[in-house]
Design a protein around this ligand. Sequence first.
Ligand SMILES: [Zn+2]
Ligand SMILES: [Zn+2]
Length: 536
Amino acid sequence: MDWADELAASVSGPQVVNDSKTPSGTVHVGSLRGPVILDVIVRALRRAGVETTLLYGIDDMDPMDAQALLTPDAVDHEMGRPLAHVPDQSGDGHASYARHHARTFIDIFDGLGIHPDRYYWMSDIYPTGEMDSFIRTALDRAADVRDIYRRVANVQHPDNWHPIQIVCPSCGRIGTTIVTRWDGERVFFECREQLVTWARGCGTSGWISPFRGTGKLGWNLEWAAQWSLFGVTIEPCGKDLSTAGGSRDRADAIAREIFDREPPLNVPYEFLNIGGKKMSTSKGRGAAAHEIADVVPPEQLRFMFIRPRPNQVIEFEPEGTDAIPRLFDEFDRFAAATAGKEVRGEIAPGFEATFAYSLLDSDADVAAEAAAFRPAFSHLALLLQIPNVDVAARVAAEKGSPLTEREAATFDERVGAARAWLETYAPERAIVAVRDTPPLEAIAALEDDQRRYLGALGDAAASAEAPRSSGEAWQDLIFAVAAEAGLPNGRAFAALYAAFLGRTNGPRAGWLLASLDPSFVGERLRAAAAAPQVPA
Ligand SMILES: [Zn+2]
Ligand SMILES: [Zn+2]
């Protein structure tokens, strides 16, 4: 059973699943793990017949605190203001900075098949007054809130600290304000010049009503208030927030002790690491979600996130590796197993659910999807580099019948992904230029037993009954002939790379040979076997 189905079986009654995000800056691929997990939980609940609502909050009353994301002339005026009040910096017409950046991730979610029932914007919620009762409770019980911070997080706030910030009526900043008193209807606030290092307050102070959009709860309180306001029952949360005494612990305690409500079920999830670094914070090339999305289509991206259990770290290093081809291969293996075909190696229990939840369409016919023909990614990446190959025709020949409309769409998607991979992340060895004429120097440098091996492989290929159009069939033959000749696999591959590419390494040899015209392969193997050895 899949982890999401286990979770769905453990709850009872209608469920409200929630997450929220501050709309600032680029969306890194690692930050998509949470939304995908959220979506899979919702699908599993619905599959189990549980009435479920998916909410996604946009915390756009949070202050702008990243100077690098503003145009230089906007820094002085905009730093410290709520993201919802900062103008769109890109000039493409969104109502605010927050709307611009939220649009980016809403589009990404959409592309990944994640469709919340409702997006709610905190800049819309506060002015309605829906948060006012939580603001009042938090202010009435400020001493208890301070006690929670001390007890749970070992954070000692001053005795006059109150868990709310005010949008300064003079300068519009929120990050620079502090509330020091509460009289039951109004708060006393100060917009301090030096409260934070990243924004400068204007010095205004005075009494003001904190209700209907003037005030904003501190983050942990806002989080707990969202749970009460929307009746949230499940909220997965990243490992960085789930640490002891961390944000989640604080919000849980505030929910229980201040807002008198049991916090939602947490599903803590681990990071996606890129080359050992937390990708959620990486600014390196290839970390942005849209960059990865060019090379990894949505179903493979979903698959990458949900195949491991949430509490397992995902190591993903696409740069100069086979990580992306391997991801496709694994997806295809799960599809084949789901279709009831035999697959190589062990496959994790729950593979059918993992495959089903990887599909873009939650209502897809899983059996039909599993049985659909998908060209191997590595093979496509090779075919695309061989001159004068009709790739579509070769793929149809491999399938043995014309591609269906759905299969043709998958084919197009994979061709695009393979081209993008070759241009971006592919390792040197995956880039091939098959030599038109035998690379005599490289062949001459081979040992006699390697040349004999090439000849034997040519004979075996010629005598084989079926034409070898599949990489796997070629791969099997390569290993079998090497075993028969007593030649170690590494030296067998080296001989093949020398004969076809004139170098010592290359992509998986079986797929390389499968990409080429069979008669060309036969000729080349015979020519290499007969080539003179290099004169000493
Ligand atoms: Zn915009
Ligand atoms: Zn101010």
